[in-house]
Write a protein of this length. Structure first.
Length: 497
């Protein structure tokens, strides 16, 4: 399939262009300004339909983007090479009137010298000649780097299924590790090393850590394939030779210019076969392809923890004093216009913790028989949530964490309605975080009028700050029994000088 790269070119009004760049890439305003100023790449490896959609969104605000076709790629590898996916491979790239053969390890290919041709037919003819040469040498052809990793990795699907069902089963990991080592796959060594490291201390631990770093470096292509160059940004936590937690997106490194493709590749990596925790950048939440990618993965089905988004976009972009007629929210493509992910919730069979970064989390569609912890990150809360939940859909939910980036945008009435929802009847612990503002008095005062709070085992306000008036309201509510015995008090701000 022909894919495309999208680069920012120009625009009359920078403010909405910056907002779109932030939304598509999941970056902050500073990085967006840099990309716009340098005509940087916004998206990479997108389909023709996605390229049209992005072009139309920028055109609607008077901005211009450049769509560049990405060449057809064919990879060649030796299935008999004992180095497996660490071997040197070749990649053929063919475009209109141009053909290049690159060489190197997966994730670290070195570009070759281009061969130029008068027209596309001559390019195609040369491409066929090169492919025949590869086949004559006994090389196998592949469409992608991840396909090579899959082909050259030893797998025991039954054992991987057992590990997904019980990721804490150390014995099963060691059995798999022995099997992989017997068959010459470096993943077996990694399992053994990380298990030994978990039991070691002192000098022995230091030695094992050095051996592990060496193994990861020597076998980076076999282990990470196309994600080799961004592996440190992607891997959050290891466990017994497998990626246990990962994060995909540009928020932790500009190198990941195609986060959706990176996510797809991650979910196919053998070392991610029993991952338990996954986070994805906010830039992916508006992509229609996100849900199909997640729902097609058995790894995702067995996740214990899922974080959708890494920030909530601030709607407060500064606009010129006399702007042109403002485009609609639909034209701007707000980061809050996220799909409901209706199919995803039923796919997550083992989910215990869900973290959502969105001003409009898809709570009405959310249902899970296993979910125990729900964490919502929003700019504020203006509307009542009374229609967002459906009773009985979260029977095991016990803890609720709420974080609001802007306390002034939190309506006390809407906050009370949210905590009064019947769906939250099983909740025993509530945490409130306002990282950027003190608790407003109106919000502190409304706590006494929410009956559910008195029945909680814990109400954690310890990460909040309050002025003296709000502290008095909270203290009074506690003393009257309106707040639980397990109340963790906020910090009192020092008096103004």
């Amino acid at each position: 399939m022909e894919t495309y790269r999208i680069r920012y070119v120009s625009g009359d009004n920078p403010a909405p262009a910056l907002e779109l760049v932030c939304n598509f890439m999941g970056v902050g305003l500073r990085e967006a300004r840099e990309l716009v100023g340098t005509r940087g790449v916004i998206l990479d490896n997108v389909s023709a339909a996605e390229a049209r959609r992005v072009t139309e969104r920028f055109a609607a605000i008077g901005a211009e983007v450049e769509v560049e076709p990405i060449w057809r790629r064919v990879y060649a590898y030796d299935p008999r090479d004992p180095a497996r996916a660490d071997q040197v491979i070749q990649r053929l790239r063919a475009g209109a009137g141009e053909l290049v053969i690159d060489e190197g390890q997966l994730g670290a290919l070195v570009e070759g010298e281009p061969q130029l041709f008068a027209d596309k037919r001559l390019t195609e003819r040369r491409l066929l000649v090169e492919l025949d040469r590869w086949r004559a040498r006994g090389l196998q052809l592949a469409d992608s780097e991840i396909q090579i990793v899959e082909a050259l990795s030893e797998r025991d699907l039954a054992l991987e299924t057992a590990l997904r069902n019980n990721p804490d089963d150390v014995a099963a990991h060691l059995i798999y590790g022995d099997l992989l080592q017997t068959r010459g796959d470096a993943r077996g060594q990694l399992i053994a090393l990380q298990h030994a490291r978990s039991l070691a201390c002192g000098t022995k631990l230091t030695q094992l850590e050095a051996r592990e770093r060496d193994l990861l470096a020597r076998h980076a292509s076999h282990l990470f394939g196309p994600l080799r160059s961004v592996a440190q940004a992607v891997v959050v936590r290891w466990s017994l030779g497998f990626i246990d937690a990962a994060f995909i997106g540009v928020g932790r490194g500009r190198a990941i210019l195609a986060p959706l493709q990176a996510l797809s590749d991650l979910l196919r990596l053998p070392i991610a076969a029993r991952m338990t925790s996954l986070g994805v950048t906010s830039a992916l939440l508006s992509r229609a392809q996100l849900e199909p990618v997640l729902c097609s993965s058995e790894v995702v089905a067995c996740l214990r923890e899922l974080e959708l988004g890494d920030h909530v976009a601030d709607a407060g972009f500064a606009l010129p004093a006399r702007p042109e007629p403002a485009p609609s929210r639909r034209q701007l493509g707000s980061a809050r216009e996220h799909p409901s992910l209706t199919r995803l919730w039923s796919h997550l069979r083992k989910l215990e913790k869900l973290i959502l970064h969105s001003d409009q989390p898809p709570l009405h569609e959310l249902h899970s028989p296993t979910l125990e912890h729900l964490e919502l990150h929003m700019n504020g809360l203006r509307e009542s949530s009374s229609r967002r939940f459906v009773p009985g859909r979260l029977p095991r939910l016990r803890t609720l964490a709420l974080e609001f980036a802007n306390a002034d945008r939190v309506s006390p009435a809407a906050f009370a309605d949210l905590l009064a929802l019947p769906e939250l009847d099983g909740v025993t612990e509530v945490t409130l975080r306002l990282p950027n503002n003190p608790i407003p008095f109106a919000l502190a005062d409304v706590l006494a009028s929410i009956p559910r709070l008195a029945t909680l085992a814990s109400l954690d306000l310890s990460r909040c700050v309050v002025d003296e008036r709000a502290m008095q309201a909270i203290t009074h509510a506690r003393d009257r029994g309106r707040l639980p015995n397990g109340l963790l008090m906020p910090t009192l701000l020092p008096p103004p000088t």
